[in-house]
Write a protein of this length. Structure first.
Length: 151
């Protein structure tokens, strides 16, 4: 069964145990070197999965959970991009400067979404930003290849 994002999970632990089912939640933690890692917090252990799912549902039933964010606390598009950029730079396999330049150009294309809350952005909003730059892309093709191609 698929559970909602940030809801938590029930897993079966290995070995012969009296209570093999664990309820856990996860959160992203930044270590001293700047790398972002996922850390799990185990809440309780159960002998049957039904009991574990019941506990998880009660845990998420309106009680204030610090891992869940309110709308007012959710990041904007620009803040989410900065977080992603920091995360991406912390990974082992680095990308070239030209790729970063392309990311920055693409981010600039979505400038009208920079101040909006990330969770309020819909696919239609993204499509409008892409459509606004569609004609500029075709102009770029005309200048670089000497002829305009129609789609």
């Amino acid at each position: 069964m698929k559970l909602p994002n940030s809801y938590g999970s029930v897993i079966k632990l290995g070995g012969k145990r009296r209570k093999p089912y664990a309820v856990r939640i996860s959160k992203l933690v930044e270590d001293d070197t700047g790398k972002v890692k996922r850390k799990y917090t185990y809440l309780a252990y159960f002998s049957k999965p039904e009991m574990a799912y019941t506990y998880l549902a009660e845990y998420n039933s309106g009680a204030v959970v610090p891992e869940h964010m309110k709308y007012s606390d959710s990041p904007t598009f620009a803040e989410m991009y900065e977080k992603w950029k920091k995360y991406r730079k912390s990974l082992k396999n680095q990308i070239s400067d030209s790729t970063w330049r392309n990311y920055e150009i693409a981010f600039h294309h979505f400038s009208e979404l920079h101040d909006r809350k990330f969770i309020s952005i819909r696919t239609n909003d993204l499509q409008q930003c892409l459509n606004a730059y569609n004609h500029k892309w075709q102009t770029h093709l005309c200048f670089t290849h000497g002829q305009c191609r129609s789609k």
